[in-house]
Design a protein around this ligand. Structure first.
Ligand SMILES: NC(=O)c1ccc[n+]([C@@H]2O[C@H](COP(=O)([O-])OP(=O)(O)OC[C@H]3O[C@@H](n4cnc5c(N)ncnc54)[C@H](OP(=O)(O)O)[C@@H]3O)[C@@H](O)[C@H]2O)c1
Length: 391
């Protein structure tokens, strides 16, 4: 029996992960769950999976009322029979320390997922990684630590899971290209001149995937693909110029790898995150997952286009961020998180998201990062500057 902690269990990835785990209760036990503020769903999940160790980023809720009126320092553990709840910004990290799971599924959104990923690796757990921000901002620290502890990182992001699957049995020195597919988002064919009038609802209406808000808006600006280029670099050790993006609106081929002999391997399937989550848990084998099969005859045509980098400048921005890989991706991610939040709250227009992100990167370029603590300080600084630009 393998033990699993699901971080971000109340989100889109977290709920899909629990669905997969609920079908394999004889092989996996859930030993920890974490959320940001959704205590109601977290408690339901804890009851359903009989989990005692929980973490919540936001302190105090009616559902854990014993602790509500106590002044609880961040990440102090409180025993609320029958639960132990770890509160605060490092609650998820403390949860990993307390539950010592074999697997950590990291489905937290944003930079908040970085320290829990680092802790999972320090403990030598298998890190099933959906939180791409962990690698985008801290790829150097995470890969260094993984080399020391021998911990395995198995990607959950569908494109990176596809690449990981294409690389099974292959020599990584024989890769000639990684071809990341992108759906192109909801504005693939919309003229750039109209981006200033994009509404929140239009941007949240992703054509093929149902996901959390931040990644959905990032898909609309294509920042998500920019983050994924960086993620692929750290996961597979492939230089940036060999990582290409191709727009594939049907989201059936999840990515491809070309080898020195010009063979290309592609991984395909229905767009359902339960598939890469299951693979991360069962690797190097596969688990039974009876979902709706992909019928080739119903598929119609598969299309591929070059991305329009003038219309979607986030792709170039992400590549340029890797000129200072410990510094600029962290600033870019933090600023983008704040700008996306600002757009969702109606504080800025859609076309200002990447402008603000670029300005914050320009302001803080040349900063120095020598440790994870420096990284978090830079993340805070970037958010502060982004906030001043938002207002
Ligand atoms: N969804 C997808 O299909 C998909 C695909 C590929 C990769 N990913 C990646 O997976 C990650 C999660 O995406 P998602 O779509 O599942 O996001 P989501 O639906 O917004 O869920 C995010 C989860 O993280 C929790 N959370 C948010 N802020 C937190 C904080 N500061 N501290 C601790 N927990 C926090 C949320 O708790 P509350 O519910 O309490 O707010 C929720 O459980 C992202 O990095 C995304 O890029 C997602």
């Amino acid at each position: 029996m393998k033990t699993v902690a699901v971080l971000g269990s109340t989100g889109s990835i977290g709920r899909s992960a629990l669905d997969v785990l609920s079908r394999h209760t004889g092989e996996f036990t859930v030993v920890g769950l974490s959320a940001g503020s959704n205590a109601g769903l977290l408690k339901q999940q804890a009851d359903r999976f009989n989990v005692k160790l929980l973490a919540l980023e936001k302190k105090g809720t009616d559902l854990f009322s014993d602790a509500k009126n106590k002044s609880v320092p961040f990440s102090e553990k409180i025993n609320l029979s029958p639960f132990s709840v770890m509160w605060g910004g490092d609650g998820a990290t403390e949860l990993i320390k307390a539950s010592k799971p074999d697997f950590v599924i990291n489905g937290i959104s944003g930079a908040a997922g970085f320290l829990p990923s680092l802790e999972a690796i320090r403990q030598g757990a298998v890190l099933a990684l959906a939180n791409k921000e962990s690698l985008v901002i801290g790829g150097a620290f995470i890969t260094e630590e993984a080399a020391l502890t021998g911990a395995r990182i198995v990607p959950v992001d569908s494109e990176h899971s596809a690449i990981f699957q294409c690389l099974a049995g292959e020599d990584r020195n024989e890769i000639s290209r990684i071809i990341l597919t992108a759906s192109g988002g909801p504005f693939r064919t919309r003229p750039k001149e109209t981006f200033s009038s994009v509404t929140r609802e239009e941007a949240l209406n992703h054509p093929t995937w149902s996901m959390g808000k931040r990644i959905t808006i990032d898909s609309a600006t294509m920042m998500n693909k920019g983050l994924e280029i960086i993620e692929a670099h750290w996961l597979f050790g492939v230089p940036l110029p060999l990582i290409e993006v191709v727009v594939h609106p049907q989201s059936i081929i999840h990515s491809m790898v070309e080898f020195h002999d010009m063979s290309i391997k592609a991984q395909m399937g229905i767009p359902d995150m339960r598939i890469p989550i299951a693979y991360a848990l069962s690797w190097p084998g596969r688990m039974n997952l009876p979902l709706k099969p992909l019928e080739m005859k119903d598929m119609g045509k598969l299309e591929f286009f070059d991305p329009d980098e003038e219309k979607f400048p986030a792709l170039k921005l992400a590549r340029s961020a890797m000129e200072d890989p410990k510094v600029l991706p962290c600033i870019m991610n933090a600023a983008d998180e704040k700008a996306v939040e600002g757009f969702l709250k109606g504080r800025i227009r859609f076309d200002q998201i990447i402008d603000i992100t670029t300005k914050v990167m320009d302001k803080l370029a040349g900063s120095r990062v020598d440790s994870p603590a420096d990284l978090l300080e830079l993340d805070t600084k970037s958010r502060y500057i982004a906030e001043t630009l938002l207002s």
